[in-house]
Design a protein around this ligand. Structure first.
Ligand SMILES: Nc1ncnc2c1ncn2[C@@H]1O[C@H](COP(=O)(O)OP(=O)(O)OP(=O)(O)O)[C@@H](O)[C@H]1O
Ligand SMILES: Cc1ncc(COP(=O)(O)O)c(N)n1
Length: 273
């Protein structure tokens, strides 16, 4: 059994955060473990409260998991504060575990899930440990200070992230104005490629970023090579968005069981850039 780990916030609504990650880990046949960094009171309408877990409790959860489980890949989501980032980075540095960093900053409804002063710690302490980083365009702009408007600037931002020490940058293009496709660009030192699916018009997109990065983490834990792992993660999130559950009155969760319950979706991969 391949063991995965998520270090993230709890979403009481079950569509994002720790809950999305554990469901995705399970669906993709891995055993999920978790370290909770914050408790959010959240539903499909928004984030109503955030309670950060004291840093010593984050540390003891992470030590407990790392001491006893053969973790094959880990991911981070909502880390909330510089103190939590520093602690997580220090402990993960001592282990050679593939790490997917989803640099969660703002919830879809606009609530802040990362304090402004934590961005420096993310760049200097956590990103050098990242095997893969999965920012959307606004997050990539904050981390690089660059303005992203097209494929060329997405690639340039990905390359800027590599100079910080990240091995692979996946810039998610869903925020590009006028885009009719969900187009993500993958940049590493020896490879650049694009994965693309049709953009689905729906309000049920709560937790898409968490779910995509968790699917990627599960595949990396199983030893799947990068291109195949990214393709499976993209199929997983596309199926989850395409077959919504219609829960709640706001931004509903995606359907984490859709990848197995419906036929496989087509992902287009371009590497002729
Ligand atoms: N409506 C959609 N239709 C198809 N794919 C989507 C949709 N929304 C997000 N995705 C895909 O889900 C994955 C996770 O995306 P994520 O939500 O983190 O970032 P984004 O698409 O850049 O922005 P947004 O926060 O608006 O969804 C990416 O592969 C993205 O392309
Ligand atoms: C605890 C937690 N973590 C992450 C997100 C981001 O969710 P989204 O992927 O919809 O932006 C969230 N809303 N809550």
């Amino acid at each position: 059994m391949n063991v995965t780990l998520t270090i993230a916030g709890s979403d009481s609504g079950g569509g994002a955060g720790i809950q999305a990650d554990l469901k995705t880990f399970q669906e993709l046949g891995t055993f999920g473990t978790s370290v909770i960094t914050a408790i959010t009171s959240q539903n499909t309408q928004g984030v109503h409260a955030v309670h950060a877990i004291p840093v010593q409790d984050v540390e003891s959860q992470l030590k407990a998991v790392l001491d006893d489980f053969p973790i094959q890949a880990a991911k981070t989501g909502m880390l909330f504060s510089a103190a939590i980032i520093t602690t997580v980075s220090r402990l993960m540095k001592a282990h050679n575990i593939p790490l997917v960093v989803d640099p969660v900053m703002i919830a879809k409804g606009g609530a802040s899930l990362l304090q402004q002063e934590a961005i420096t710690a993310m760049k200097t302490e956590l990103l050098p440990l990242a095997t893969v980083i999965t920012p959307n365009i606004p997050e990539a702009e904050v981390l690089t200070g660059m303005t992203i408007v097209d494929d060329a600037t997405m690639i340039a931002a990905g390359q800027a992230l590599l100079t910080i020490g990240v091995k692979v940058a996946i810039i998610k293009g869903g925020h590009l104005a006028g885009s009719h496709t969900a187009r993500d660009i993958i940049v590493s030192t020896d490879d650049i490629f694009i994965v693309e699916t049709p953009f689905i018009t729906t309000k049920d997109t709560h937790g898409t970023g968490c779910t995509f990065s968790a699917a990627l983490t599960a595949e990396l834990a199983k030893g799947t090579a990068l291109r195949e792992a990214v393709t499976i993660a993209k199929q997983f999130i596309q199926a989850a968005i395409q077959h919504p559950l219609h829960l709640g009155s706001g931004h509903g969760p995606t359907n984490h069981a859709a990848y197995h319950n419906f036929e496989k979706v087509q992902v287009t991969l371009y590497d002729d850039l």
